[in-house]
Structures are given as structure tokens and as C-alpha cells.
Design a binder for this molecule. Structure first.
Ligand SMILES: Nc1ncnc2c1ncn2[C@@H]1O[C@H](COP(=O)(O)OP(=O)(O)OP(=O)(O)O)[C@@H](O)[C@H]1O
Ligand SMILES: [Mg+2]
Length: 246
């Protein structure tokens, strides 16, 4: 990690019409850090990623990257600055082959040799290598998601925002996410924000986590500490005093 500021989110608010999805969310993602974001369904986690990657502008507040304001910039400009997201579903160019998808992402980054080599190694690790010429939308769901991660990697990100990378994956595929995050950090020095419901993955990969509940950040700290907090258990597990008394 370095002393540069990384991604700074300051009192960000998002409203859709009368619905306020989150309220005064502030946190920072330091260079090289892997930060987990957890919270119950509907807490606003995907919306947070959508706002950070420029899909929707924030309703209030500001976001900066390495000290420069990026508030309200559109997705393609943020991608050029190295801020890239993966999707809760999948994010490949549907009818294009695995190879074509990767070529586009590599062209975007200028395809430095070490990135090309790592993409090749990850393709083999993810069992995607034999499928290079298949249309990406015909791949099994897990492989589509792994390809989505590879595409994000191949663009050469500075900040990676991953929305539920483990959702819908088998146990073996889930452990490959660890190798993926390690490669992204080693090769690009990037920081990673991971939204995830898989607490094993969160514990393995994230030294620090944030908890979003109904649009409010209610806790922040190391997973062992945060996941033991009563307010977090109640928010996340939907446990009430009555449940506990029963
Ligand atoms: N484009 C939109 N227009 C209106 N409301 C939206 C929009 N996107 C999200 N919302 C609302 O924002 C709230 C938070 O949704 P979001 O998808 O961010 O939750 P989440 O924390 O990612 O949940 P999950 O864990 O189920 O993925 C929900 O009430 C959702 O209906
Ligand atoms: Mg979501």
C-alpha cells in the first residue's frame, strides 16, 4: 500500500424518485487494499457499485480517485481512469467468442505482455482455455462469471469493483476467485472492493469490511470483529430479540 488516497467516498446519497437507497455513505478504499462490503438483500450494495462505476450519478456527495474528483463521471471515462466493475450477473459481449471478448478487453489496456501471459494462465486455471472459440453466452453460468472477472482483469484496472463474484459458483470455482484477486493485486497493484454474501470468501480475502444495512453503513473493521457484533448479526441475519428468546 502507498500513501496516495485511493478511492474516497464522501457523504454519498442515492435516490431513485422518492426511494432513498443510501444515506451519507463515506469510506475510503486505499491503494492495494481488498475491502469487503456485506449487507442483507436490498441494502444498496449493487447500487453503491453502480454509483461508484458511473452507471448512475450520486444524488449528493462526492467521490474522488487519487485526489481527483470523479463525481458523476460516466462509466467509459472512469474505465479509462482504471475504475472497472464486474457484474452480479454476467458482463460479456454476448454473442462474441471468449477469444473476441478477451481481445477487446486487452486492446483497451494496450495488452502489456505480462497481462497477456497472466490472462493465458488464468484461462487455463479457470478451464476456459478449451472454450476460446465458443460464444460467451453459451458457456455454463460459472464460466461466464469467471470470464467476466478475466475481462475486468484484462482492462488493467486500478480499482476493481466486484459484485458478488462467488454467487452461483461451485466450491472449486469460488476458490479460484482468491487466485484471481491475488493476480489483480500483484500485476496491477489495484485495490479491490468485493460485495459478497459468501462469508468464508470475505474472511479469506478481506482484512477490512463495511456493513451496509438499509442504505446506512452500520459497521466497519476486521471481519472477525465486525461479524461478531450483535447489531450486525441482527441486521444481516434478520435476528430479532424474539428470535433469540425463542
Ligand atoms: N434503477 C433503480 N431504480 C429504482 N430503484 C432501484 C434501482 N436500482 C436499485 N433500486 C432499489 O435500491 C434498493 C437496493 O437495491 P440493490 O440492488 O442495491 O441491493 P443489494 O444490496 O445489491 O441487494 P442483493 O444482496 O439482493 O443483491 C432496492 O430497494 C432496489 O429496488
Ligand atoms: Mg446486489
Amino acid at each position: 500500500m502507498t500513501d496516495t488516497p485511493g478511492l474516497e467516498v464522501d457523504r454519498v446519497v442515492k435516490r431513485f424518485g422518492g426511494l432513498q437507497v443510501f444515506h451519507d455513505v463515506s469510506f475510503s478504499l486505499r491503494p492495494g487494499e481488498v475491502l469487503g462490503v456485506i449487507g442483507p438483500n436490498g441494502a444498496g450494495k449493487t447500487t453503491l457499485i453502480n454509483v461508484l462505476c458511473g452507471r448512475f450519478p450520486p444524488s449528493a456527495g462526492s467521490v474522488s480517485l487519487d485526489g481527483k474528483s470523479i463525481t458523476g463521471l460516466p462509466t467509459h471515462r472512469l474505465a479509462r481512469m482504471g475504475l472497472v466493475r464486474s457484474f452480479q450477473q454476467t458482463n460479456t459481449f454476448k454473442s462474441a467468442s471468449v477469444r473476441e471478448n478477451l481481445s477487446r478487453a486487452l486492446r483497451f489496456s494496450g495488452a502489456p505482455m505480462r497481462v497477456v501471459e497472466r490472462v493465458d494462465a488464468l484461462l487455463r486455471q479457470f478451464d476456459l482455455h478449451p472454450r476460446l472459440d465458443e460464444p460467451s453466452d453459451k458457456l455454463p453460468y460459472g464460466l461466464q462469471k469467471m470470464l467476466g472477472l478475466l475481462l475486468a482483469y484484462a482492462t488493467g484496472p486500478k480499482v476493481l469493483l466486484l459484485d458478488e463474484p462467488a454467487a452461483g459458483l461451485e466450491r472449486r470455482e469460488r476458490t479460484l476467485i482468491d487466485a484471481f484477486v491475488a493476480a489483480a493485486r500483484a500485476d496491477h497493484g489495484c485495490s479491490v472492493l468485493i460485495v459478497e454474501h459468501d462469508m468464508d470468501l470475505i474472511r479469506r480475502l478481506c482484512p477490512r469490511i463495511l456493513v451496509l444495512d438499509a442504505g446506512h453503513l452500520i459497521a466497519e473493521g476486521p471481519p472477525a470483529e465486525v461479524l461478531a457484533r450483535r447489531d450486525v448479526i441482527e441486521a444481516y441475519m434478520g435476528l430479532s430479540d424474539e428470535d433469540e428468546a425463542a
